[in-house]
Ligand binder design. Sequence first.
Ligand code: FMN
Length: 263
Amino acid sequence: MDVPEAVGRRRSIRFLLPHKPVELDKIQRMLEAARLASHWGNVSTLRAVVIRRDTADAEVLAALPPPVAGYQIGLAPVIIVWFLESAACDQVGTRLRELVDAGAIGYGPGRRQEVEAKLVPLMESASEILKQPGLSEVDCGQGIAQATLMAVAMGLGTCCLGTGDPDRVRRKLGLPESCRVLVIQTVGYPAESPEAGGQRPRLPFESLFHLNRYGEPFPRDPRVVAELQAEKLLQPEAPLAWREAELAYLQRALDLKGQGLLE
Ligand SMILES: Cc1cc2nc3c(=O)[nH]c(=O)nc-3n(C[C@H](O)[C@H](O)[C@H](O)COP(=O)(O)O)c2cc1C
């Protein structure tokens, strides 16, 4: 599957086949994709605990359901708890030297002294600030997005879930205090159709993106829109005519009556 189609097909799949296990090598492929995402200073704060519902600790599972559509935890064969290890920022000096040695930044071997005198102290002095919520979360989001696209390309469905009490999840998993639980991601084989009711609504393109200055909409070329439709990045929008019937079917098939959102 090409990148445009994977992006177009990526939508939150809330209805998963509870009985069909996900192969651990597919989860590994997701984690490998996440690991390759960029991070400021190459410090890689993104971490994860992979939870298999069939073997997981009951107390851990009980801490996971989100405030919205919590039934998803009961359906997903695998749940990835993505978290941020802020202590990784302490390694920025080492990680920068690695980047320089890898020839990534453009400072050749002759400029090592400059790296030690200027670049490393600059980044080390910023690392306490960069441990705070902000830039590192952006980097983690990129990693999670890469893992998600990998999952889509393998035919898996996922949904990112917020947690009402991230600190409770952190404690149940035994994570150190330097860690922040970011998002919980369900993973499984979809019980719903690939369309999942259609591409979900978004704010108008022109209201989101600007050219040169704020308030000057980035021009949306209809020719590019048509190309992206052909490449399946842009797909028919929700709700498709038969979505309500599909939801009723899923509710019966997965025995979801009485479990919140579908009531
Ligand atoms: C960080 C994050 C947290 C989310 N939390 C929840 C959640 O708690 N429950 C839920 O059903 N969906 C959750 N979602 C999914 C969004 O609601 C979803 O992205 C939105 O409905 C747009 O649909 P799409 O992802 O299918 O395009 C979350 C998504 C993200 C990125």
